[in-house]
Design a protein around this ligand. Structure first.
Ligand code: G1P
Length: 290
């Protein structure tokens, strides 16, 4: 079965990014000149996903405005003959069929995904977390959809993050030798370094069997007092195969200040219009003056 729908949870308060996230949705922070959430939506669209549900909350109107048409802006760009800009603006509102639902209380990622139940119905679906922006030759969720089409079960996008970092992630345990796709034995949300059985972390990309919804309904709050998607996936892994697929690509944690800066610099270095100037600036930078 083809993956046609995606869920993007974007209800978080962005406390790791205060003060800017006080009034501005953190998903709207730009990497160079594009909001982080647009990169994530473009990844889904590039994988053939047509219908996208964004789980929002209060203070998130800017996201809806961004993916809507801006008639006034289009008019001005047309009058000024700025045809490339006009085309780019129209492309944003034509990217995909985007739907919105509010998560009324911040009860955790698992609860946010449960809010998508009616929208998804009974088909496999993708989940893409906005804090994880991934630069890859083949879009990460597209790589995973390919694995899904071979295996027919839930697929988690993973990479090794080092033992010193595993406490920040959903950690994957497997009996199989590391390989591109291994069967998941157990999942633990944010284990301590001592508890962790591997440094293989789920990095914000999932293709999930709809059986997850009945599990989520009965999942008790876990790490941080929140209903965790990882805990529900752990239950799912006890009932049917769940695969951890090591995707190809560079992932940035754009919900973190340093990760955000890394993304900003590397994405700018990949742009023909900015690379020469930025490279010259970086080469001249006297790092010992800071
Ligand atoms: C979430 C998930 C975690 C996953 C991480 C990836 O955690 O709960 O399992 O590894 O995203 O970025 P958060 O970063 O929202 O605390």
């Amino acid at each position: 079965m083809q993956v046609k729908k995606a869920v993007i949870p974007a209800a978080g308060l962005g406390t790791r990014f205060l003060p800017v996230s006080k009034a501005l949705p953190k998903e709207m922070l730009p990497i160079v000149d594009k909001p982080t959430i647009q990169y994530v939506i473009e990844e889904a669209v590039a994988a053939g996903i047509e219908d996208i549900l964004i789980i929002t909350g209060r203070n998130k109107q800017a996201i809806e405005d961004h993916f809507d048409r801006s008639i006034e802006l289009e008019l001005v760009l047309r009058q000024k003959n700025k045809n490339d800009d006009l085309k780019n603006m129209q492309q944003i509102s034509d990217l995909a069929n985007i739907f919105y639902i509010r998560q009324k209380e911040p009860l955790g990622l698992g609860h946010a995904v449960l809010c998508a139940r009616q929208f998804i119905g009974n088909e496999p679906f993708a989940v893409l977390l906005g804090d994880d922006v991934i630069h890859a030759r083949v879009p990460c969720i597209g790589q995973m959809a390919e694995v899904y089409s071979q295996k027919g079960n839930t697929v988690l996008g993973v990479q090794q993050v080092g033992w010193e970092n595993i406490h920040k992630y959903g950690a994957v345990e497997s009996d199989e030798n590391p390989g591109s796709a291994v069967r998941v034995k157990r999942l633990t949300e944010k284990p301590s370094r001592e508890e962790a059985k591997s440094d293989l972390a789920v990095l914000g990309r999932y293709i999930i069997d709809p059986d997850i919804f009945s599990i989520l309904e009965n999942t008790a709050p876990g790490s941080g007092g929140e209903i965790q998607l990882t805990d529900a996936l752990n239950t799912l892994a006890g009932r049917q195969p769940v695969w951890a697929y090591t995707f190809e690509g560079r992932r940035y944690d754009v919900g973190d200040r340093l990760g955000f800066l890394e993304a900003t610099i590397e994405f700018a270095l990949r742009r023909e219009d900015l690379a020469p100037g930025l490279k010259a600036f970086l080469a001249d930078l006297k790092l010992d003056q800071f």
